[in-house]
Design a protein around this ligand. Structure first.
Ligand code: FES
Length: 351
């Protein structure tokens, strides 16, 4: 996409005032939104201002819309320069948007483009008489009738170089033209012969209404007892799923008066409550002696055995002493020493 910037200063009009029609339109659009949210009408107002200005948005029109909506000009400028439906430079009386996307190209859009280049010139160029200008755009959503162009607000489809040349001639001469398919097909019906959806069964209800037959068969089966037999095979006392079944459930964990009442227990007496609150009767935790080991947390003790004074911690047979480079180690280990019944002597002979 080309850089979208405002038209050069020499193309810009000196002023732009919203017409009475545009003003009435603005009032209607703004009324659609809550008070203070009038900025939501910015696209509608820019579209109307573009229409008033002859198909493009001069700087003054953007400023007029910003003032009408009480918006900073830069905010409106951002919208106008972002959306390609807003033309930032003058366009011809007939502004042609040519679809250059794959389906149209596969159906001959390249030839249509050559006609435009020959008759109108480059993109964004307005013919000397101000009649035509064109712009290549992405898919306009009429691919089944490709190739196509949009001229002002209308689509012209199923183009060939011949019918497109004629279309341009008629527009230039002010003659009436046919909107839509230029080869007479109705909307996007099959291009040549109708060769799909021709099976009469599609229209007599025998395919679409097949569900009816199924219900009839089921009703018949029920009459003959097949359904009853099938029902008999279904276990009547199905096991209920486990109540929790992996789902969190609510439980009364607190000892509350409501819970006690629910379970038929007596409420806690006032005397018991007082006794429980008496800190002098609370269980005392004896202070630990200095150096005492904490008790083991389970049946297995993982507490290290206390060392005798001066006793070195035996090195693990598989752990080399820290700081000893492997090259200076007394013996090198190859793993054989850990094999049962294999002894390695100094000459590296095993027995
Ligand atoms: S590709 Fe041209 S209308 Fe879709």
């Amino acid at each position: 996409m080309a850089v979208r910037k405002l038209a050069p200063e020499n193309m810009q009009p000196e002023s732009f005032v919203l017409s009475a029609e545009t003003e009435a339109f603005a009032e209607k659009e703004i009324a659609k939104y809550p008070p203070g949210r009038q900025a939501s009408a910015v696209i509608a107002l820019l579209t109307k201002a573009q229409e008033q200005a002859g198909g493009w948005l001069p700087r003054k029109a953007i400023e007029a819309v910003a003032a009408r909506l009480d918006m900073p000009v830069i905010r409106v400028m951002e919208v106008a320069t972002f959306y390609t439906m807003f033309n930032l430079e003058p366009v011809g009386k007939y502004f042609i948007q040519f679809c250059g996307t794959t389906p149209c190209v596969l159906r001959g859009a390249g030839d249509i483009k050559k006609v435009l280049e020959r008759r109108v010139g480059d993109q964004n160029h307005v013919t000397a008489d101000g009649t035509f200008s064109w712009l290549e755009v992405e898919c306009l959503g009429a691919c089944s009738n490709a190739p196509m162009v949009q001229i002002n607000d209308d689509y012209y489809e199923d183009l060939t170089t011949e019918n497109f040349e004629k279309l341009l001639d008629d527009l230039a001469a002010g003659r009436p033209v046919k909107v839509g398919s230029q080869i007479g097909r109705n909307r996007s019906e099959p291009f040549e012969a109708v060769n799909t959806l021709q099976d009469p069964a599609l229209y007599d209800g025998s395919v679409v209404g097949a569900w009816r037959k199924r219900f009839e068969e089921q009703a018949k089966a029920a009459e003959t007892g097949e359904t009853a037999a099938a029902m008999a095979s279904v276990p009547q006392e199905a096991k209920a799923a486990k109540p929790t079944a992996g789902r969190p459930i609510e439980s009364d964990v607190a000892d509350t008066p409501a819970k006690r009442a629910k379970e038929g227990e007596k409420p806690v007496s006032t005397a018991d409550q007082k006794e429980a609150a008496d800190s002098s009767k609370a269980t005392k935790v004896e202070p630990k002696e200095a150096g005492a080991q904490p008790p083991p947390q389970s049946g297995k003790s993982y507490v290290a055995s206390p060392k005798k004074e001066g006793q070195a911690v035996p090195a693990s047979p598989t752990t080399p002493s820290a700081g000893t480079p492997p090259a200076q180690a007394e013996t090198r280990r190859d793993g054989s020493e850990s094999k049962p019944g294999v002894v390695v002597d100094k000459d590296n002979k095993s027995s």
